[in-house]
Design a protein around this ligand. Structure first.
Ligand code: ZN
Length: 221
């Protein structure tokens, strides 16, 4: 008898349409436009159970608020163009005017102070294929992490019981040159190479279910 579980899980998936930057994004000043449609799609695709690209590593985000922005301006960090960022929004008391002004701006965009703000380069999103776009969004979702205690267990707010947000750093940072010279010299890099050699677990059908555009490709552009 066939194992029914994967088919049940698959049947729950619904076809979604990948949001594109709306017209007017490039006229907006100061260059940032709230993207509730992107927040909704990201949640339905990556976070909610049954989503086309559901990943249980984002489970804590079910109880957290994400604010998404389209950016028409380019972001340059240390000479490199950045296509997406994830920032944590502190929920504590704001004492300085700058901090209070910042909070007013955020509330104006989202009607609340979300736990994280994810900003996406609208110009790049226009030309990215589905695989590259999903890769970018999920990269930023991985940054939206949950704090851990000294024992490495996930932390929850003692008063509300909500998961405590924390930015999650990249698993690996090094230079290609050192890998050329010294090889996969640590366990994380070895795991990264193994993962890359195994090929992507997200297939084109998953991407079609998530994006509905058929603009998939094996390699991220
Ligand atoms: Zn990153």
């Amino acid at each position: 008898m066939a194992e029914p579980v994967p088919f049940i899980a698959r049947a729950r998936k619904k076809l979604l349409t990948r949001p594109m930057p709306p017209e007017g994004v490039f006229d907006a000043l100061p260059g940032f436009t709230p993207a509730p449609e992107l927040a909704e799609w990201s949640r339905a695709t990556f976070i909610e159970w049954g989503g086309a690209l559901h990943n249980e590593e984002h489970e804590h985000l079910e109880a957290m608020q994400l604010g998404f922005l389209w950016a028409s301006a380019l972001c340059d960090m240390k000479g490199r163009r950045v296509l997406g960022t994830c920032e944590i929004v502190g929920q504590g008391e704001r004492k300085t005017w700058a901090a209070q002004r910042h909070a007013v701006q955020i509330k104006g965009w989202f009607n609340t102070l979300p736990d994280f703000i994810i900003t996406i380069d609208a110009t790049a999103a226009l030309t990215m294929n589905d695989r590259a776009f999903c890769h970018l969004i999920e990269h930023e979702l991985y940054h939206a992490g949950q704090a851990k205690d000294d024992a490495g267990e996930p932390r929850f707010d003692k008063r509300t019981g909500a998961p405590v947000p924390a930015l999650r750093e990249h698993d690996f940072e090094d230079f290609i040159g050192t890998v050329v010279r010294y090889g996969a010299a640590n366990e994380t890099l070895a795991a990264l190479i193994k993962a890359a050699q195994a090929g992507p677990s997200v297939d084109d059908e998953d991407l079609w279910m998530a994006c509905g555009t058929g603009r998939c490709a094996r390699r991220a552009a």
